[in-house]
Design a protein around this ligand. Structure first.
Ligand code: SAM
Length: 214
């Protein structure tokens, strides 16, 4: 990567600027791991944390889920809402703005829970994903699924990632946030091909999937 990565790039103004530019930042399609993992689940309530332009949330809505999409970027959420309306699923997705470094599913009415809690490529400074995963785990309803996917530290060499110490994570590293009595946990480093500027790269996703026991 040619430009310097700075902490400011992980803040809301930087994301608002990206989403405020011309054209889509992401493909608009669902992430492959989400589509593969959710295909085997019975649709219910889902929350997508760090939903960006809404590709995953909209895919879930189109597959029968009632979805909450959360992100701190107002510009990203505005785009997501517009895409949901274009695809005819606006009534199946609720968009909420929140900073996931401070987010908790606990509110005045108790802990809000979903049947699927999913997050793709949310990366927080200072190992922030560990605490975020703890909160995500609290948001999983009994019998529900947690799915957290991110760029694996092996991707460092590709030069494709925004990375600073503590930003990339392994599934094993996040898995310690889950209580072993409550969750059946599966951790994986999953390979896939990513095409950037017409060039194909082999990349690795950290995949944490956990099912909360009833
Ligand atoms: C790499 S994008 C991934 C978007 C989407 N999940 C996808 O896979 O297409 C990361 C997203 O996380 C959001 N984000 C980053 N830090 C955040 C924070 N502290 N709180 C809420 N959202 C955050 C960004 O605005 C951005 O939309």
């Amino acid at each position: 990567m040619s430009h310097e990565i700075t902490p400011e790039m992980f803040e809301q103004p930087s994301w608002d600027e990206r989403y405020g530019g011309p054209g889509r930042v992401w493909s608009g399609r669902a992430n492959a791991v989400l589509a593969a993992e959710a295909a085997g689940l019975v649709p219910g309530r889902a929350v997508d944390l760090g939903c960006g332009e809404g590709g995953d949330a909209i895919w879930l809505a189109e597959h029968g889920w009632q979805v909450t999409g959360i992100d701190f970027s107002e510009a990203g959420l505005a785009r997501a809402a517009a895409h949901a309306a274009e695809r005819g699923v606006a009534d199946r997705v609720e968009w909420r703005q929140a900073d996931l470094r401070a987010w908790t599913p606990a509110g005045a009415d108790g802990v809000e829970q979903w049947d699927l809690v999913t997050s793709h490529f949310l990366h927080l400074l200072d190992d922030g994903m560990l605490e975020a995963t703890r909160e995500m785990a609290r948001a999983v309803a009994p019998g529900g699924t947690l799915l957290v996917v991110g760029h694996h530290p092996d991707d460092e060499h590709t030069g494709l990632r925004w990375s600073m110490p503590g930003v990339l994570f392994t599934a094993e590293g996040l898995g310690v946030a889950l209580h072993p009595d409550l969750f059946d946990v599966h951790v994986e480093a999953r390979q896939r091909e990513e095409v950037r500027d017409g060039v194909a790269h082999q990349v690795t996703d950290a995949v944490l999937r956990a099912r909360r026991r009833d």
